[in-house]
Design a protein around this ligand. Sequence first.
Ligand SMILES: NC(=O)c1ccc[n+]([C@@H]2O[C@H](COP(=O)([O-])OP(=O)(O)OC[C@H]3O[C@@H](n4cnc5c(N)ncnc54)[C@H](O)[C@@H]3O)[C@@H](O)[C@H]2O)c1
Length: 361
Amino acid sequence: MATVTVTLPHHTYDVIVEPTALDRLGQITANLAPHARCGLIADDYVFSIYGPRAVSTLEHAGYHVVRHLQPTGETNKNLDTVRDACDTMLDAKLERRSPIVALGGGVCGDTAGFVASSYLRGVPFVQCPTTLLAMVDASVGGKVGVNVPQGKNLIGAFYQPVVVVIDPLVLQTLSPREQKCGLAECVKHGVIRDAALFDWIDENLAKIQALDPDTMTELVARNVAIKARVVEEDEKESGVRAHLNFGHTFAHAIEATAGYGQIEHGEAVSLGMVAATRLAVDAGRVPADVLERLVALLDRIGLPTKADLVDTPALMDAMLLDKKVKDDRVRLVLPDALGAVSVVNDTPTAAIADAWGAVRA
Ligand SMILES: NC(=O)c1ccc[n+]([C@@H]2O[C@H](COP(=O)([O-])OP(=O)(O)OC[C@H]3O[C@@H](n4cnc5c(N)ncnc54)[C@H](O)[C@@H]3O)[C@@H](O)[C@H]2O)c1
């Protein structure tokens, strides 16, 4: 078992990582937000596997559980889903002190968190993430929100949970493709902050791929700790939190031009990290072996390091549409070494175009 504490100026909360923690969800929630009722917003597929256990532990802790099942998938991370969930909570007369628990991946956590942030102007929010990506990234840090036709995550809030309850054993039912996508974010954490974590993932990959419970607990806890430290330094993303976007400016351009849903986010991040590191090597910021080690690890994980992409001008246009662009300059997060990155605003367009070549099949 591991507990990581996130300490922010106005709020502190624990991230509990423990095999079988799902069965303690009720007790943990009741210790922090006791009430006669709670809301449970769950991804419907995840609910079909883990819903009965979640409901049972919450009922055992004294809650009448008001459940709202959200259809699975990114396309349902929208304002209609928020309205449906609010209707369910209003009809059941959930009150200001009734907690809302999210059970699912990042899509469900982001949506449920936005509901929790706005329902009655905010109720206690509990995250119970069930994908590796949601465990190591989306559930920690308080960014919640939904997509609108104009773009991803454009309507939302910073709203921190009262606790995050992570049971790494639930990863046993997650698809191998989703596991790999979560691992892309873990590799990212190693590159931006922690070379020792990068080495540890490399050395322990077989146990990670076998979902060994102790190894997964350590993997999740180490990654949560990195995310927590970054968020503590910069809760509202005015500085170092941008480091978490390593690989993401390239990734968003790949996702946008491939058509959302064609390529998984983690796969695009894998390609984006390779392109950004290639750029850093070409600019003389890091030695070539950083790129070689990154590509070797991503290949071993089974993440893409090359792909069929649309032509470079289309990718460059997509990059300029990204919300991380400021004053028409693409802001890139580039490695300075394995374990350290900087935000760079003045990369010549020609260098970015060359970097795309590194990931083109
Ligand atoms: N808030 C943040 O800081 C933050 C950070 C990163 C990503 N995100 C968001 O997270 C979302 C992606 O999250 P995701 O990758 O978790 O995707 P997801 O929530 O869509 O889950 C992926 C799939 O896995 C299934 N699933 C989830 N847990 C399972 C389990 N234990 N067993 C079997 N199947 C399971 C789901 O039903 C779903 O079909 C995006 O919307 C992204 O914008 C948010």
